[in-house]
Ligand binder design. Structure first.
Ligand code: FEO
Length: 387
């Protein structure tokens, strides 16, 4: 696959993986680890490698793409092992090649491979350029998108941005994703990069000064058309702006009464014309629930009272939101508890550490099954959330 006349794709698709980064379920569509070759008139660059299980396949694709040419440089944008596992093997296979990366990336290479390739390396930083003859790479610092060593690079002659994990997406490239780009790119973003909104904003500002026709990420498809759409979503996501109006309802229920309250609230909101997404935190993909909480402007947390606090799945959900810098949203509370309901109080306390969270005035308390009093509270909360 060619991105331009001078840039080829040599990445791999992974359909064996169940959990990406040990926690994100990708069994449905797999994952891609992207690598590219830039052919200059004098020098050839390979960008990044792939996950350890696919290094041989990657080297085979690379050899075919090289068509007899020899790579001069391996540019390492990101050292996480899903992209860096093949570096040492590459360097053995191509003994004339030089590794090009940030200073911090070389420290990580020493940690992973026992060598920082002294004598065969070029350290680059913001604004450094790598000349390939008729083309060049200019490096753009992108610390913490997703690790601190990360750099993007830009090929002005082809208007190509290599964006590391930025603009990445779950899903292999040899399967059609009927949901389109945004759904799995959003789950990927908020799971993996979401905590680092400020860093993403900083690199987006730098990218705004570049003339870009193709964004080449380390996961997911190359983006070549309608780039304003993708950049707009990244701007919203990284600034913690809701992408749209809607209510995410996340619930933890044991005997079904909290679920009944969550579903009754969903129905009441839908009757009022609201978009609603409901998640059972014990059974649905928690990363989807996190994604939805960031996507929409309002969130409802519905939990049983458990051991004087909240149910473990709800606790994990709230902590995951906090870890990912959840902010600037309205949150409503639904609790259940037969003799001493405490969940709303505990959840309110957890929210206090988050920035710009408005807690809805109306709280729903279910003391057993739904009754007239709790149904009235649900209607009042639906009114408040629909204002
Ligand atoms: Fe795809 Fe942060 O590695």
């Amino acid at each position: 696959m060619n991105i331009t006349d001078n840039i080829a794709y040599v990445g791999v698709n992974d359909h064996d993986i169940d959990l990406f980064e040990g926690q994100y379920d990708v069994r449905k569509n797999g994952m891609s680890y992207n690598s590219y070759v830039v052919f200059g008139s004098e020098k050839v660059v390979v960008t990044d490698s792939v996950d350890a299980r696919f290094v041989d396949e990657w080297l085979g694709s690379l050899e075919a793409a090289l068509a007899g040419r020899t790579p001069d440089y391996l540019v390492v944008h990101h050292m996480e092992p899903d992209h860096s596992a093949g570096i040492a093997t590459f360097m053995e296979r191509y003994p004339q090649a030089t590794v090009v990366a940030s200073a911090m990336a070389f420290k990580m290479m020493a940690a992973y491979f026992g060598t920082d390739f002294a004598g065969r390396r070029v350290i680059v930083k913001e604004g450094s350029t790598l000349e390939l003859g008729d083309r060049s790479l200019t490096f753009v610092g992108a610390p913490n998108v997703h690790w601190p060593e990360v750099m993007f690079s830009y090929v002005p002659e082809d208007k190509v941005l290599f964006s590391a994990d930025g603009f990445g997406k779950f899903g292999a490239l040899d399967v059609e994703d009927p949901e389109g780009w945004a759904c799995e790119a959003r789950r990927y973003y908020f799971g993996i990069v979401g905590k680092f909104g400020k860093n993403v904003q900083a690199v987006l500002k730098k990218a705004a000064g570049l003339d870009i026709e193709h964004i080449c990420p380390l996961h997911g498809p190359v983006l070549s058309e309608n780039l304003g759409y993708y950049l707009g979503l990244y701007n919203a996501w990284s600034s913690y702006e809701p992408e749209g109006e809607g209510v995410t309802i996340a619930y933890s229920s044991v005997y079904g009464h909290t679920r009944d309250a969550a579903l009754a609230l969903a129905e009441a909101l839908e009757k009022r014309g609201q978009t609603v997404a409901v998640f059972d935190l014990a059974r649905d993909d928690m990363a989807e629930a996190v994604e939805s909480a960031f996507q929409y402007d309002r969130l409802v947390l519905a939990s049983i009272t458990y051991a004087g606090g909240i149910f473990p799945h709800m606790s994990t959900f709230i902590h995951t939101l906090a870890e990912h810098a959840y902010q600037r949203r309205t949150v409503a509370l639904v609790e259940s508890g037969t003799w001493a309901p405490m969940a709303a109080k505990v959840m309110r306390g957890e929210l206090e550490g988050m920035k710009d969270i408005a807690v809805a005035e109306n709280v729903v308390t279910v003391r057993g099954a739904l009754d007239d009093a709790s149904r009235a509270q649900i209607e009042a909360l639906a009114d408040e959330l629909s204002k």
